[in-house]
Design a protein around this ligand. Structure first.
Ligand code: ATP
Length: 558
């Protein structure tokens, strides 16, 4: 299937006959890869040779996986120095478990035609039985290993396991910018210390859709000086796919999030839709999914984030991959690299951790030349993200006023459903929401201090989640978030009682819902108050004293 964005110059794989191993070409044909995507073409034809160190940048969903697998598989199969049995020849490091599995699957497809020269591809990542995986690894012939950094470091710390890497030929960092950012860089550096030195001659390959300057500064830990830099992205063009129009919807306040999301999805989705909704934290995602699974959408609801067991994560990933329609609420565990066929809409609720993360999330749609749409739902205070990222082609949603006004029509159903949701789910969502903002550099652009943050979170909890009061949090969690002493926090004492601080005023009463009119930049002008439409539903007794479950971190593990 040709999918050059301009439809031109797609070179058939058949032209690589004699250059690329015939068995790989046969597998490509079985997979339906008839022509090269631009990144595959540039790597296979412009790299000085298949063993050259390289940094490769190409837009999301344009086939980078095959672009890094093909040269190193070809080298493994055709090297004059065959790989000794039991040794790892190709090591691929991926930031998430789901992505590691996906890469391994593509590798298996590409190596499906090797007959008796089969190359075993193994995976290693956390959340799975270490002992049985390791014994499979040690008793097998793992020519290729796809791993996440934590489990890989753990493997390499055992000397008999580390010896399996003595003949490594290629090291690949997929989503390389993330792998070279502070969260993972220390792990990557430690892994490199446990592998043969770069002077042993192994090839380094770094692939991503985004490469912020700061990651280029540390790339030399994997790539030798003089490495080849390839890109299919013109500096003048936007970093996201042209085939994915992008819109923003702004809502007046954070407490409108749930009703506005219900309204937005009601406007956007059809019974055939396949959509991803990203939330800011795992526990916020769990709350969205609990809410929408209870009749707010006719689509099948999926939930995917780091707080689920690995079995559930893997099963959900596979089910959503094969689903023809559905709505998945997800955290950034699938924000990068994941290939869910035929996703036609990506919604981001709240701020992404960076402009690059925005780009990667948008990239979950419009893949392999398909069409898609992307929408970001922000509060007016969060609108700075649009102003600060003018290079991103995000336009005001044409139906913003209608979506925001129609939010009121969903208020009653949202409120009723919120009352059926376990308070622990809301408590965790609240706590993670606070942690997300407290642990980020976002308070400054939001022009907010810590007291303002707590006010905002309380407003969301009481008016948006319909909690009877701001959910209690453990002192330890509050301390970790740096929010000790901030007015408005409800201190849970772990005994089933809550102790509200002296200044912890009751949250503001629910304010009337406002009808809004879209301004020229998609922002809103208040037109007239409308009744809130809230039913007199008796609030469930709030169960407190449970763990806050702070998950405010911003790593990919969310
Ligand atoms: N030559 C090809 N012909 C047809 N389909 C292809 C080809 N190469 C890749 N694909 C398909 O395109 C989709 C995207 O590929 P892939 O996941 O490798 O993209 P990516 O560039 O790594 O994306 P991301 O930036 O999100 O990591 C996959 O479904 C893959 O099977």
């Amino acid at each position: 299937m040709p999918f050059l964005e301009d439809g031109s110059d797609a070179q058939p794989y058949a032209t690589m006959s004699g250059t690329l191993d015939a068995r790989l070409l046969k597998a490509l044909s079985i997979m339906g890869f008839e022509t090269m995507t631009p990144v595959q073409q540039i790597v296979l034809t412009k790299l000085p040779n298949f063993q050259s160190d390289c940094l490769v940048q190409a837009k999301t969903g344009t086939g980078k996986t095959a672009a890094f697998l093909l040269p190193c598989l070809h080298t493994l199969l055709n090297s004059p120095r065959p790989l000794p049995n039991g040794q790892v020849g190709v090591l691929i490091i991926s930031p998430t478990r789901e992505l590691a599995l996906q890469i391994a699957k593509e590798c298996e497809q590409l190596t499906s035609q090797l007959g008796r020269n089969r190359l075993e591809c193994h995976v290693a990542f956390g959340g799975t039985a270490r002992a049985s995986n390791l014994s499979k690894f040690m008793s097998g012939s793992p020519a290729i290993l796809v791993a996440t950094p934590g489990r890989l470091k753990d493997y390499l710390s055992e000397s008999q396991v580390a010896r399996r890497f003595a003949n490594i030929r290629t090291l690949i960092l997929d989503e390389a910018d993330t792998m070279l950012e502070s969260g993972f860089l220390a792990d990557v550096k430690e892994i490199l210390k446990l592998l043969p030195p770069k002077s042993a001659g192994w090839q380094g390959m770094c692939f991503s859709a985004t490469f912020p300057a700061k990651t280029k500064d540390v790339i030399d830990c994997v790539l030798a000086p003089g490495y080849t830099s390839l890109s299919t992205i013109d500096k003048a063009e936007p970093p996201t796919l042209e085939k994915v129009p992008q819109y923003y919807v702004t809502m007046p306040s954070v407490s409108d999030t749930f009703n506005t999301l219900a309204s937005l999805l009601n406007h956007e989705l059809t019974p055939e839709s396949k959509a991803i909704v990203f939330g800011v934290t795992a526990n916020m995602v769990a709350l969205y999914s609990n809410l929408f699974a209870q009749g707010l959408t006719s689509l099948q609801v999926f939930e995917l984030h780091s707080r689920l067991s690995q079995n559930v994560r893997t099963r959900t990933t596979n089910n959503f991959k094969t689903a023809s329609s559905g709505l998945i609420f997800a955290s950034d565990v699938i924000g990068r690299g994941m290939d869910f066929p035929n996703v036609d809409l990506v919604v981001q609720v709240g701020l992404p951790s960076s402009a690059d993360q925005y780009i990667h999330r948008v990239g979950r749609t419009g893949r392999a030349g398909n069409a898609g749409r992307a929408i970001i739902l922000l509060t007016q205070a969060e609108f700075f993200f649009i102003n600060a990222n003018r290079r991103l082609p995000i336009h005001p949603h044409a139906q913003t006023a209608m979506i925001v006004n129609d939010a009121a029509a969903h208020a009653l159903q949202v409120e009723r459903t919120m009352h059926t949701i376990d308070e622990t789910v809301k408590q965790r969502a609240y706590s993670s929401f606070l942690g997300f903002f407290a642990g980020s550099g976002l308070l400054k652009p939001l022009r907010m201090d810590k007291a303002g943050l707590v006010r905002m979170a309380n407003e969301m909890a009481v008016q948006g989640m319909h909690c009877p009061e701001p959910p209690p949090m453990e002192k330890k969690t509050i301390g970790k978030m740096g929010l000790k002493g901030v007015p408005g926090i409800n201190y849970g004492n772990g005994s089933g009682n809550t102790t509200t601080g002296p200044q912890a005023a009751r949250p503001p009463p629910r304010r009337p819902r406002l009808a809004v009119k879209e301004g020229s930049n998609g922002s809103h002008d208040v037109l007239s108050p409308k009744p809130a439409g809230t039913g007199a539903i008796k609030k469930k007794a709030f169960r407190n004293g449970r763990r806050g479950g702070h998950d405010g971190g911003r790593g990919l593990g969310e």
